[in-house]
Structure formats: C-alpha cells, structure tokens
Design a protein around this ligand. Sequence first.
Ligand code: NAI
Length: 529
Amino acid sequence: MGAATPESVVTTARAGAILVVTVNNPPVNALGVAVRQGLAAAMAQAQADSTVAGVLLMGAGKAFIAGADIREFGKPAMPPSLPEVCRSIEDCTKPVVAVLHGAALGGGLEVALSAHYRIALPAAKLGLPEVSLGLLPGSGGTQRAPRLMGARAATQAAVQLPFDEGMARERALFLECLDSPQRAGLIHAFFAEREVVKIPEAKAAAPRAFATIAIIGGGTMGAGITVSALDAGYPVTMVERDAASIARGRANVEKVYTGLVAKGRMTEEAKAAVMARYTGSTSYDDLANVDLVIEAVFEELDVKKAVFKELDRVCKPGAVLATNTSYLDIDAIAAVTSRPQDVIGLHFFSPANIMKLLEIVVPAKVGADVVATAFELAKKLKKVPVRAGVCDGFIGNRILAVYKQAADYIMEDGASPYEIDEAVRGFGFAMGPFQVTDLAGGDIGWATRKRRAATRDPKARYVEVADRICERGWFGQKTGRGFYLYPEGARVGQPDPEVLAIVDAERAKKGVTPRQFTADGIMRRYMAA
Ligand code: NAI
C-alpha cells in the first residue's frame, strides 16, 4: 500500500452537474494532511468548473469523517489547516451538501457544519469528542454548532462574539489546549488503550463462548461486578454463604438500580427487567451449567482455595474460573483445582460497575483461550483490559501503594487526610487517596499490611494511622466510618475529629512536630512519588 496522496484519499466524480467528493481514507476517514489537501483541491475544482452546479460531500466505508488524525498532534502543522479547509467549503459559491451516513465526529463534524446543508441518515453519529482528549473543537465547532442548533442547546461562550472573532478565539484556545501536557497525556492514554488489547494469546487462540456468568460473593466487589455483567445483558447467578448474606448481596445490587430510578435515569420496568436476569443462591450446585465464574469473596487465601475446590467440583468442563483477588497468588489458587488451565485473575476496581480498568492476571498454567476469553469479557463489559503477571498487587495497586505511602508520610508530617484529599482533588483527580481507601474498604489494605508485617524492613518508615483506624473496625463506607464519617450510609464523608486525634497521637508517639503544608506542597510530594 502506497502513502496516502490527496488524489487517493479524496476522489471526485460527476453526477450530472453535481461534483461528488468522497473521502476514502480507511479505517475512519481521519482528516490527515492528505485528506485536507484533497478536500481543498476538490473545493477549488468545484469553484473553478463552471459546469459544476453543486457539491455532494460524503465518506466511503462506515464513517463520514470520524475526526482529525490525532497522530499529527504535537508535530509541526502541515497546510492546509482544517479551519482553512472548512472556510473553503463554507465560502464555496455553489451549494455544498454533506451526507452523514455514519460517524461525523470532531473535525469531521466541523467539516459537515461548514457545508451549507446536511443530510443525516439514521445511522449518523455526531459529536465533538475531542473534549475528552484535552482539546476543544478547533475548526469552527464552537462557533458553527451553536449557530446552527441555537443558543439554548449550546453550552461553551460561542454566541457572544461575531463569527470571525469567535473563530479567532476558538483557534487561540484550541492551540493553547494543543500545547498542554494534559492533551499529550490524554492522547497517549487514547493510544495506550488501543495497544493494551494486542495480547500474545489472541494470536494463539480464540475466546471460549460464554453466555452465563456467576459471581461468588455479594459484597462491595461481587455486587459491583454483578451490576457490570447485568448491564452488559448477561444473566448472573450470585452465590453467597448463607441466606442473610445473599439477601444483602441482592440488596447491594438492587440499590444501584434503585438509585438510577430515583435519579430518573431508569424506569421501574427497566429495573425489573434487569433484576429478572439476577439469581441469588447459597448453593454451589446451582453453578453446574455456568460458563464463566468470578470469585469475589474475602481476601484470604484459605477462603479462596475452599471456594475454588467447590467450583472445581461443580462446574462443567471448560467453564472459566476467575478470581478478583487484589494481591493473592493466583497460581496457588489454581493449584487446588484439577484444571489450572481454566483459572485466571480478573481484577476489577471499585466501584466495579463504573471503573473502566480491568487487570487480566495471567497465571503460569492458564490456557491462551481463557486469556482471550477474559479480553472478550472486558470488551463486552466495556472495560479497558490490561494484561498483568501474577505478583503482589499487580499493576494498579502497586501504583496506588506508592501514592498512598507518600500521602501517609505527608499526613504524619503535618497535613490532615482531609487537606491531602482536597489538594489531590484540586489537582484534578476524582478522589483523594483517603477517600479511595474508604470507598474500597480499609480492611483489604489492612489484611495485606498484616501479611507483610513479618517481612517488612524494621528500619523502613511505617505510618500506623490506618492500622489504628482499622483496629476500631472503621473500614470506610461499608462500616459507616473510616478516615471519614458516613452518617446513615452517606456516600460523601465528613471529617472526623477522632481521626485527627489518632493522627496527632501517632505523630506524638513518633516525635514528629507537625508542619504546615500548602496544597501545592502536598501535590509536589504526592506526584513526585
Ligand atoms: P466484602 O467483604 O465486601 O465482600 C466479600 C463477600 O464475600 C461477603 O459478602 C461475604 O459474605 C462473601 N463470602 C465470603 N466467603 C464466601 C464463600 N465461601 N462463599 C460465598 N461468599 C462468600 O469484600 P470486597 O471488598 O468485595 O472484596 C472481595 C474480593 O475482591 C477480595 O478478594 C478483594 O481483595 C477483591 N477486591 C476488592 C477491591 C475493593 O476495592 N474492595 C478492589 C478489587 C478487588
């Protein structure tokens, strides 16, 4: 395949007096430099040829134009710019009609907006998703869209300036975004998310078919994973220890949908339809026909081994047996079964129905088709899968541990957990580290710290505040109290003076004289970690 040329990626054909301009730059007709040149040339041709009465602009394949070629961002700009191309379409003295039969996104929508008319087929998808890549529309999206849809539907300040001034302001802000590290980071993440699904096992094997899912455990994670699977359309059987626990597990699942109904985002009928796919059970024997099992019971190796012995006893041959363990040795869990080739780690993050990351932990003996199945499941659950090896904490928790340690040191040195969380939120994270602990449940980290105590370097700095809090049974949101107070099941915590007293006592014990931190000072230490 040769390099894209303007002639190869933008073709023109005549249909009577109409010039049909087709963008043909697979896979999604991205607006790389050759496409921009081709479009500019086509518009010049339409303008110059007196036998052309009008222009039809369309995309070949599935998309109209699904956006800019973001690979070009951060590199020297190549003319013509997209605003220039859009201007040439808008300024054409002959009517230009854009036919939208598929995705018209970002720069693609901006091209469509500069045409004089648009015809959208039912499959058309319109949007300006560049905002999720740290950018704003840079080719008239902020100016033409509100002028077309009306000020009421427009959100950004687009209707306040005359068009040309608005365009100049848009361009200036776009270039500011383009230069920002946030844009570079988000685009790096965009490509990284595409790279992570390219796994060696995909070449070796196809995924196993799966239509039914079972979840063992109905606590924080079991319920969240159940919701995730129900949302993806699967029937789910949840197994708990006893009648009281399965009632609580079901309530944990139902609570999520009740919340959606209360917010008007789901109807009672839709909730009932989803819950009809949920079955609660206290018997492993109900799992004889299930295709894929995800275990999310207590983080204790012996408990998990007992569960996997049961799964080995009841599950049909070929069922995928996954554990949601955060830290435990999955090879050891697989070893208690007669079928280690079927055992894999599926490490979700809390809240599991919302968080996108899914670590797929690959033990020594697992079959390639089971790894491929796990990636297929991730796709079905709309997760971002990342392949991890068996090790203490896999990837996400090892990163979090480093942040957490920095936060603990800052806390012991003088900042309150609330000041630290506020600084971290102010920087742009959705939550601070102590809020994360409360959300995930302090007991999980506590169990790990106790397990590691014997091998911890006695000379290494160790902050005991979290242990003091866990010793009181304050495990965060699930117990109504952790680093924060959660009166009557509140999701947003309130600062707890007793926690501050614990922090003070620990500082005094270590002989630490607390010092003042600014938010900036907190973030410098936190990010440096
Ligand atoms: P949890 O304490 O909220 O829930 C555990 C549930 O398992 C309880 O409802 C308990 O009744 C049930 N259970 C215990 N033994 C059982 C058995 N033999 N059969 C059936 N059910 C049984 O704990 P959580 O937070 O949901 O954690 C579960 C697992 O998920 C752990 O391995 C944990 O490390 C892992 N995990 C936790 C995350 C978190 O943020 N909480 C994140 C990722 C993984």
